[in-house]
Ligand binder design. Structure first.
Ligand code: NAP
Length: 131
């Protein structure tokens, strides 16, 4: 008699699915990549540093690939999705750590800068990924 894993019975397997993780070389993105790999996904991880991408790939199956792009730059995002081609799922976790201060002490240029990657980067990624 065959036994089924929880993943098989829930129908959530990512086997055969290509999953793109922007920010996948560290932290939440890398943890997501590892979980998706365990569920059978074929992975593409992306971040700015080739060293971080290569280091992260060591903890993923050999089928995983990595690319570099600065997600605060629309031209780089556009070129990235042209390289990646078709895929099934997009995960966006890229972002720098916030440096918080009291509202009264906030430098508005610095505060706005935090939106480049974490907000506009995600928006721009969806713009170019949608096609
Ligand atoms: N960890 C938490 O508990 C937590 C809680 C709430 C919110 N968040 C937010 O969630 C996001 C991810 O958190 P995390 O802990 O996973 O951070 P992390 O460990 O620092 O990982 C961030 C990832 O994003 C990439 N990245 C950053 N800027 C990029 C850019 N301009 N273009 C391309 N890739 C970029 C980094 O690689 P490169 O340096 O190679 O580019 C890295 O792979 C952050 O914005 C963080 O503030 C985290």
């Amino acid at each position: 008699m065959k036994t089924q894993t929880a993943q098989q019975t829930s129908g959530n397997s990512l086997t055969g699915k290509k999953v793109v993780i922007l920010g996948g070389s560290a932290g939440i993105g890398l943890a997501t990549a590892q979980a998706a790999a365990a569920a059978g996904a074929q992975l593409v991880i992306v971040s700015r540093s080739i060293d971080k991408v290569n280091s992260a790939l060591k903890s993923l199956p050999a089928t995983a690939t990595g690319l570099t792009a600065d997600l605060s730059d629309e031209e780089q995002i556009k070129a990235l999705f042209a390289k990646i081609g078709g895929f099934d799922h997009l995960v966006y976790t890229a972002g720098e750590n916030l440096k918080l201060s009291n509202v009264a002490d906030t430098n508005m240029d610095n505060a706005r800068r935090f939106f480049y990657t974490r907000y506009w980067g995600a928006f721009t990624a969806v713009k170019h990924a949608a096609s």
